[in-house]
Design a protein around this ligand. Sequence first.
Ligand code: NAD
Length: 264
Amino acid sequence: MTGLMSGKRGLIMGVANDHSIAWGIASKLAAHGAELAFTYQGDAFGRRVKPLAEKVGSDIVLPCDVEDIATVDAVFDELKARWGKLDFVVHAIGFSDKNELKGRYADTSRENFARTMLISCFSFTEVARRAAEMMTDGGAMVTLTYAGATRVMPNYNVMGVAKAALESSVRYLAGDFGPQNIRVNAISAGPVRTLAGAGIADARLMLTFQHRNAPLQRTVSLEEVGGAALYLLSDLSSGVTGEIHFVDSGYSIMSMPRIEELKA
Ligand code: NAD
């Protein structure tokens, strides 16, 4: 453990269980001295998140459903009352109807398009605006994206379109908040086995394909995504903002499957 995050306080949004990317990030930040608050969506997740928060010494565990803006406001009101100021935020929230995470993107419904955009993209802007108000000594924000934002991934569909908008939001928010020394970045993680990941049809095949064709010939761990978040949220990356940082075993640099795989 280093003191990289000592004296820094931050909000972690998006832990559903101990397989969540947000949990990988939270445990890494806590191990390096960060003080954390957590949000959870609904009582069932709350029962899982509370013991996890306890493990990293956090007693601020608040309900928040980003579709209900009053719950987002309540989180920031509570943080203002408890901490006054905030140093960082992790937004690891995404949702789309799993019936539309299969088949053609062209068949996406209007309702699910709007809902996916609100939860998976616009919620970051709404959170960022509230968090920035509390980042009076500068700060850092990280959200989670996926390569399906810029390239066609079978079944990822409307989530890819939402992630493209999320990545663009990262750049606009970085532009808006840069003068306050608030940095905004995204981690583009390779596929990880999580609850949200399991909603995508044939997710298992995405993992296998990545495993076989990424330069490192494996998928990435929660620990590795956590390490990248530690860099982006600590002063180590003080000159970095508006970036989409890939943590994907190098998969995104490949233009075709590995020759050895094709010959096999
Ligand atoms: P996860 O299921 O563990 O986390 C998703 C979280 O989103 C859950 O905690 C859920 O409660 C929350 N959420 C959904 N709708 C919400 C709402 N209305 N209000 C508040 N919270 C809501 O899965 P994960 O894979 O850890 O997902 C975290 C982020 O990482 C997502 O943005 C996802 O798109 C992204 N991501 C995942 C992968 C992957 O392969 N798993 C890869 C790249 C990016």
